[in-house]
Design a protein. Structure first.
Length: 206
């Protein structure tokens, strides 16, 4: 995938799955695939992006999409920035059977919200034969130009979430992992689109 990459999401698009009455299972957000391979061959993905977040739940970031051989089952992880209660938040959604969501505050929120400061997130496989593999999601500060100029080097990683289930069923024979850039605008009360620019996108496989 060549960067910079810019694309947009229409209103009323999302990736979200929950039970209940009625159940909610939506996977309508646009995404652009960087690369794909067997889940057990994934090592890491790092993406830097910016968007002007204006509506509740506006979001952009990296998507890991796990599918079985015949496409009948889908699991996924999305990590990046999501506008929640008026502020941009670092956001991770994990969908094994249903979606779980975690958010945390992000430094320089005003600059991030108006797209003047990009954000970098990373997803990395860790663990060994004794402990077993797992995925860690990080916010990486200092990974792009402005912070490097201030002496932050290659980036300071803040852990956001550990996710173990991708190396269970989703790492079995026939399962494939796509790593992509993704955008969504769940808010339906507008005709405006959410545009994001991805300036760096690196994915490593075994």
């Amino acid at each position: 995938m060549e960067t910079p990459l810019t694309f947009a999401a229409d209103a009323n698009t999302d990736m979200w799955k929950k039970p209940g009455g009625p159940a909610h299972d939506v996977f309508t957000a646009p995404y652009r695939v960087h690369s794909k391979g067997p889940t057990r061959g994934f090592k890491s993905a790092t993406v830097t992006f910016a968007a002007a977040y204006t509506h509740q739940f506006d979001q952009a970031g990296v998507l890991l999409r796990f599918t079985d051989g015949d496409g009948s089952e889908r699991k996924w992880i999305k990590a990046g920035v999501e506008l929640f209660d008026g502020a941009p938040r670092l956001s991770v959604v994990c969908t094994d059977n249903y979606s779980d969501w975690s958010v945390s505050d992000v430094p320089c929120g005003r600059e991030i919200r108006d797209a003047s400061r990009p954000v970098t997130v990373a997803v990395e496989r860790t663990g060994d034969a004794a402990s077993g593999p797992t995925l860690w999601v990080y916010h990486v500060r200092g990974a792009h130009g402005r912070d490097r100029d201030r002496g932050h080097g290659q980036g300071e990683k803040t852990p956001l979430r550990e996710i173990a289930w991708p190396f269970g069923t989703a790492a079995g024979d026939g399962w494939e992992l796509e790593v992509a850039a993704a955008i969504a605008r769940p808010f339906s009360g507008t005709t405006d689109r959410l545009e994001a620019t991805f300036t760096e996108f690196a994915v490593h496989w075994e």
